[in-house]
Structure formats: C-alpha cells, structure tokens
Design a protein around this ligand. Structure first.
Ligand code: NI
Ligand code: MN
Length: 234
C-alpha cells in the first residue's frame, strides 16, 4: 500500500483495489500539500471525529469524488443532511468492506462539530484499524494514551499513525508508550507542528521508541510504500 502524508493527521492511501483519505484537512491547514481536486478518484474518506481539523474538506471531496464517508453514527447524521454518502460505524464495531475489514477503535477525545448552526454534538472520537492488501493500518485519530491500545498488538499492525503533538493529544513521551504497547512494524508521527500549541520534535519520538518500533518521519507531500523494501547497507 502507498501512504502519502498530507500534513497534520491527513493521509492518502492507495491499495491494490481501493484508495482513500483519512481526516482530509486541507483548506486552512498551514501544512497541507494537497488540493481538494487532487482527490477526485478516492473511494472512501475516513473521519475519526468531528473537529474541524479532521472533518476538514470531507464534504467537498465526497461531493466531487462520490466517495463514501466512513465515520461515527452522529457525524454521519450531520453529513448526510447535506447529501454526503456515509457508512456509519461506532466504537468497537467492525465491517467487511470490499477491500478489507475496518474496525472503529476507541479514542480519548471530544468530537463536537463546529457547524454553521453553532457547535453540535458529534458523538465520541475514534480511530480506525483498516485492512489494505491484507495488511493492517491503524490511524489513532486524536487521543490521549490508553492501556487499551495494547490490545492492538495482536493485530500485528503494519503501520500506525500516532499523534505526538501534545496539548490536545498524546505528546512524544506518551506516543512512545503507545507505540510500545501496539508494536506495529512501522509508526508515522502525526498531529504536530501544524499550530504553535502542538509543536513537537519527531526525532525525539524516534529516539524514544528506537530499538522496538521503526519510526517513519514523513514530511507533508511525501509518499512511502509499505511494506518497506529492505535497504541493505553498502
Ligand atoms: Ni480533535
Ligand atoms: Mn485534532
């Protein structure tokens, strides 16, 4: 699977039979690299929670591409009102999509939606465990550290995206603990340096988990193919 980092918590993923976005916050994201019309061919958009830096451009991209939005039930009710096609799920639930199984995982965070009618309830925040080409990807969404993350160890996650920016989510230290609980093959730090309140050093995160989990620090716009091809030292 190809994983392209779009800045903040936004990713584009392309597998053999599917392409999707996760938390496509492009407009208003100072770190964003992609534009709305770059994603006219996506099949799905995964939204972890209702905050603006995660719903982002979901409605506009879904309208242009015809993509199905996978999100919690409350966000699906909100998005469906404007005609967005949604597949509602909820925490702990799994569903077999044509490309693989998806499970909505818990997150310790809020999920209210800032709509034009003011702030409306958006259920609870989550994350996603997504099967692509037979391998599992885990996007934690926005969350504090939980011991529950240790349950993901059994899933043998290929690549985990974890927030490291602190203030609203785990910081470097807690994200390192999370990586040690989950033990994915690779971990990509996210949700840092977009705003002043979430400044963090991904190298510090890499140092904190070195020896246990491989850290892939991605700059916005960069793409990586997983599983990584071994590069032998010359
Ligand atoms: Ni949030
Ligand atoms: Mn956020």
């Amino acid at each position: 699977m190809l994983v392209r980092y779009l800045g903040h918590s936004a990713f584009y993923v392309r597998g053999e039979s599917v392409s999707f976005l996760i938390d496509p916050f492009l407009t208003g994201n100072p770190k964003a690299v992609g534009k709305i019309d770059d994603f006219d061919d996506v099949d799905y958009i995964f939204v972890t929670h209702g905050h603006g830096d995660h719903i982002g451009d979901t409605q506009e991209i879904a309208r242009r591409s015809g993509a199905t939005v996978v999100c919690n039930y409350e966000i699906s009710v909100y998005l469906s009102r404007s005609g967005t096609k949604c597949h509602a799920m909820h925490i702990g639930g799994s569903f077999e999509f044509p490309f693989g199984k998806v499970k909505m995982t818990p997150a310790l965070h809020g999920s209210d939606i800032e709509s034009s009618d003011g702030v409306i309830p958006g259920g609870v925040a989550g994350g996603f465990l997504i099967e692509v080409d037979g391998r599992k990807l885990y996007h934690a969404g926005d969350t504090g550290l939980t011991l529950d993350m240790g349950l993901l160890k059994e899933d043998e996650v290929e690549v985990a995206m974890l927030p490291i920016g602190g203030n609203f989510t785990m910081d470097v230290e807690d994200a390192a603990k999370a990586a040690n609980l989950i033990r994915p093959n690779h971990v990509i730090p996210m949700h840092y340096d977009t705003f002043e309140a979430i400044e963090a050093n991904p190298e510090e995160f890499a140092a904190a988990v070195s020896g246990t989990v491989d850290v892939v620090i991605m700059t916005p716009g960069e793409s990586v193919e997983f599983p990584l091809v071994e590069v032998l030292d010359q």
